[in-house]
Design a binder for this molecule. Structure first.
Ligand code: DON
Length: 316
């Protein structure tokens, strides 16, 4: 880019976008972290992709970096599926299927709460798989369609699935199978287990961009009304419950340090996305596939730390 073009571009940007572009330029110098490769297809991500998008509750979008690069949503989907279950069944019924306690264990740990056999929370795989069983529909195709419709309503556009990642998830997801069958054994799921798992693998393989995730995060910030379309997707009371679990369990076994440093409810996924929510104000999404040892995006965490520090957004 020539100097004149860059100067013209800078002038056309809002102060927030200028700030975000500077932040991206600085954070791109960090080269730590490793792309997830336990699902072979995820290993094909570009390690240099980096994006941050902020969306306000009144629908303003501020984007920098690779904001429109598609990647699979992975575990960033989990709080939303918890929201779906709350919408469809209510809190009491959902709490019979899943708890709200952090585990301190990795997301894929094969462990249930031994008092009542529930998964500890909806942010770990066991809890998310239990939520997949709650999708409504007369058959597998209808349940799959219900899932896509729900996520599309959150993003404000029609989303699609990455078939190749889905197949890779399904072919290599033996640990998730072990978790699901353990829950079948303890009566925590009842449905056809392979079909429930299939819905979970499909959920993880939904394609989003950082821009989509920021809209979804802003929808939580706006108490469940999509900030672009105005559609009511989750009720305010259910959003409160979703955000509470994100605050305590959203960042794997880093959740405590995250809350200490950033101070906002958040959720990360192994493809490198993170969302964070400032209730009543804005949603943030970052994307960078280089992960730390617990599975969080290294650059993503750094962006969130810097952004919340620079704008004093920590909840406390
Ligand atoms: O279950 C798995 O292995 C992944 N597809 C879920 C990914 C993820 O982001 C892990 N998070 N909690």
């Amino acid at each position: 880019m020539t100097i004149t073009t860059r100067a013209t571009l800078m002038q056309s940007q809002s102060p927030v976008e200028r700030y975000l572009n500077t932040l991206i330029a600085e954070i791109s110098q960090i080269d730590e972290g490793k792309i997830a490769d336990y699902i072979p297809e995820l290993a094909k991500a570009n390690p240099d992709h980096l994006a941050v998008v902020v969306v306000t509750v009144d629908g303003k979008v501020y984007a920098a970096g690779d904001a429109d690069v598609p990647f699979t949503i992975q575990s960033v989907s989990k709080p939303f599926m918890f929201g779906y279950a709350l919408q469809e069944y209510g809190l009491e019924a959902v709490l019979r299927k899943v708890g709200v306690e952090p585990t301190g264990d990795p997301f894929n740990s094969i462990v249930l709460d031994d008092v009542n056999n529930r998964p500890f929370n909806p942010m770990v795989n066991a809890g998310a798989i239990a939520m997949s069983e709650l999708l409504r529909g007369a058959d597998a195709a209808e349940r799959e369609a219900a899932q896509m419709t729900f996520f599309s309503s959150l993003a404000g556009r029609e989303l699609t699935m990455d078939e190749t990642v889905y197949r890779s998830e399904s072919e290599t997801g033996h640990r998730n199978r072990a978790i699901a069958y353990m829950m079948l054994n303890s009566g925590m799921i009842n449905g056809p287990t392979e079909e429930v798992l299939d819905l979970y693998f499909r959920q993880c393989s939904i394609l989003v961009s950082a821009r989509d995730l920021a809209v979804m995060a802003a929808t939580l910030a706006a108490h469940g009304r999509n900030v672009l379309t105005g559609e009511r997707v989750i009720s305010p009371g259910n959003v409160r419950d979703v955000l509470s679990v994100m605050a305590t369990c959203g960042m794997y076994d880093y959740a405590g340090q995250w809350m200490f440093d950033v101070g906002l409810p958040a959720k990360s996924g192994v493809s490198g996305g993170i969302i964070a929510v400032l209730p009543g104000q804005l949603g943030i999404a970052v994307y960078s596939p280089r992960l730390d040892s617990v599975g969080n995006s290294v650059r993503g965490i750094e962006i969130c730390k810097r952004f919340t520090r620079d704008f004093s957004l920590h909840a406390y």
